[in-house]
Design a protein. Structure first.
Length: 343
């Protein structure tokens, strides 16, 4: 929030101090996935009852259980940028045709759903079903340039805009509802259900966005406009935290979250894994209960997050926006000269 406040104060100060025409744009619209075949959001596929054994995979609609009448797998081409958008932009024109600006947009997310049914004969049992709900929210800053392609006094104003996309704040949520009728089939073979919630925070990411549109001057100071917007942005994951883990076995519910170590509850994403990383990838083991001083070369650190290679979530999208532009220039503050009276 401090970065947002600083950017707002800085842009307002520059605009008021030096601009010939200060402007504010307020708009709203809707975005849909871009024309790319990489739009799948990701999800967490459990491997047993410990979240540390989960793997991150693309969300699919699938039923691969041996008991299914029709087995299938289908991609889920949806994006995290799908949904409504609210935007506030402020800037100034250095001349009638070129302006510099900074905008802030807030994503009103649309939830995405998928269902996966499969067999796990060791822990979850055959015909296990996982229903996932995921969505993302946040605020993005867009410093950029605006170009007007018309005369200063024109009623109709065609324009173009190009800007960077800098996510400032936000998170991605996952909610998993896991159901099976044969939990631990070799020992218990009872119905079980788990409710798992996670939150993923991002690190610094950069993309770009642009738009072309046309406006109509209702008055000298107020304009209505519509535009087509495109964005190319991949947001890099930073850390995922488990926020809920309720396990119901044969009708009895237990809050398992407090029983897990940090290694099980948190995942830190890094650009490189090696033998010193806090991961089981290179042969390190989980710390047994009877080991009080574990060797860091042999065991992972249970008090630190497990480490995995970084993922990037696709926030690329196309959409449309409608809004109002308010312009303030020096003419508003100039007083009219008195007309001389001749006798």
């Amino acid at each position: 929030m401090k970065r947002i406040l600083l950017a707002t104060i800085l842009s307002s100060g520059i605009s008021i101090g030096f601009s010939q025409a200060l402007y504010f744009n307020i708009s709203g619209g809707y975005g849909a996935p871009a024309l790319q075949q990489t739009q799948q959001p990701v999800t967490f596929l459990p491997q047993g009852t410990d979240p540390a054994n989960s793997i991150i995979v693309p969300m699919l609609n699938q039923n691969t259980s041996d008991s299914a009448s029709f087995r299938f797998k289908t991609n889920l081409y949806k994006g995290y940028a799908t949904g409504g958008t609210l935007s506030l932009t402020m800037g100034y024109f250095i001349n009638p045709y070129v302006g510099f600006e900074v905008g802030f947009s807030s994503l009103i997310p649309q939830k995405m759903y998928n269902t996966s049914t499969y067999d796990d004969y060791d822990v979850l049992g055959p015909n296990t079903t996982i229903k996932t709900t995921t969505w993302s929210y946040g605020i993005t800053m867009s410093p950029g340039i605006r170009l007007h392609a018309c005369k200063p006094d024109a009623k109709v104003v065609p324009y173009g805009r190009f800007a960077l996309s800098l996510p400032l704040w936000g998170a991605t949520k996952h909610e998993l509802d896991i159901k099976g009728d044969h939990f631990f089939p070799k020992f218990l073979n009872v119905p079980a259900q788990a409710s798992v919630h996670t939150t993923t925070k991002s690190i610094f990411s950069i993309g770009f966005n642009g738009s072309i549109g046309v406006g109509y001057n209702i008055t000298k100071w107020v304009r209505i406009y519509g535009e087509v917007v495109g964005q190319y942005l991949f947001v890099r994951s930073g850390k995922t935290t488990l926020t809920q883990y309720l396990l119901t076995v044969d009708g009895q519910t237990e809050d398992r979250l407090k029983t897990f170590s940090t290694f099980s509850k948190e995942t830190e994403f890094v650009d490189e894994l090696n033998e010193n990383s806090n991961t089981e990838t290179f042969g390190k083991k989980r710390v047994p209960l009877n080991v009080s001083n574990p060797d860091p070369n042999e065991y992972v650190n249970e008090d630190r997050p497990r480490q995995e290679l970084r993922r990037s979530a696709n926030f690329s999208a196309f959409g449309g926006m409608i809004g109002f532009a308010f312009t303030i220039n020096n003419k508003m503050w100039k007083k009219k000269k008195p007309v001389p009276v001749h006798n």
